[in-house]
Design a protein around this ligand. Structure first.
Ligand code: CA
Length: 232
């Protein structure tokens, strides 16, 4: 494999359909990226665990270990590598399950290869250490993007990348309200998010940083969005 140029990413493609994998590989390599490929989930997980990838393109339906289980295994091990999940079906359930297991973005087959590359670049930018903002906090709730963790009352609470991005967006506006539309654009820059996915993500975040504590901090502002503020 030739070395990537200055703008090239190192991308792991885990996809069992040989023709799709070959198309992705050919396109991305011609665009200057270094591509590695695995055709089943177990091999893909082992390769991903070796590290060194800027992003992973992960098929949902895979032999030996499916994409959801693979993604969960990576996140459980604290691996925050950006994951773009591919699926054959455009179902909300698939999408929500993918995000719940820690996927960062989601595309439905068939897709345009240019769009795939644009999404991978966006994920890479969003996750690059240089772009990581400083820790944020309000009302005793803090988020450290470098550690992908919240802290509250001295407790460290690990978050998925999506949960962390939601918390960061809310903290950046706190104590003011963050509009749903703004959250959708921030969290799903590819335009793939919807209100249901946002509700699910807010629910997950509340379960982690609000429910275990005496005072709730994440408030819904009906018809507008969400805010982090101490109850009056
Ligand atoms: Ca498949």
């Amino acid at each position: 494999m030739s070395a990537p140029d200055a703008t090239g990413m190192r991308i792991l493609v885990i996809e069992d359909q040989r023709d799709i994998a070959a198309n992705i590989w050919d396109f991305l390599e011609r665009r200057g990226h270094a591509v590695d490929h695995c055709a089943d989930g177990a091999t893909g997980l082992a390769r991903a665990r070796l590290g060194g990838f800027d992003a992973i393109v992960l098929d949902l339906g895979l032999p030996r270990l499916d994409g959801l289980a693979l993604c969960r295994a990576l996140r459980d091990a604290g691996d925050g590598v950006p994951v773009l999940m591919l699926t054959a079906r455009d179902t909300l359930e698939d999408k929500l399950r993918g995000y719940a297991e820690g996927a960062d973005d989601y595309m439905v087959k068939p897709f345009a290869l240019r769009e795939l590359e644009a999404r991978l670049r966006a994920l890479h930018r969003r996750c690059a250490p240089a772009a990581t903002p400083a820790p944020l906090s309000h009302a005793g709730l803090a988020y450290d993007p470098a550690m992908l963790a919240a802290t509250r009352e001295g407790r460290r609470i690990p978050l998925t990348r999506m949960q962390g991005a939601l918390l960061a967006a809310l903290l950046a506006k706190a104590p003011h309200v963050c509009a749903r539309e703004r959250l959708l654009r921030t969290l799903w820059p590819g335009g793939d998010g919807d209100i249901a996915a946002l509700h699910t993500l807010v629910y997950e975040l509340r379960a982690l940083v609000d429910r275990p504590f005496a005072r709730p901090l994440i408030a819904s502002v009906r018809g507008v969005g969400y805010r982090i503020a101490e109850a009056p």
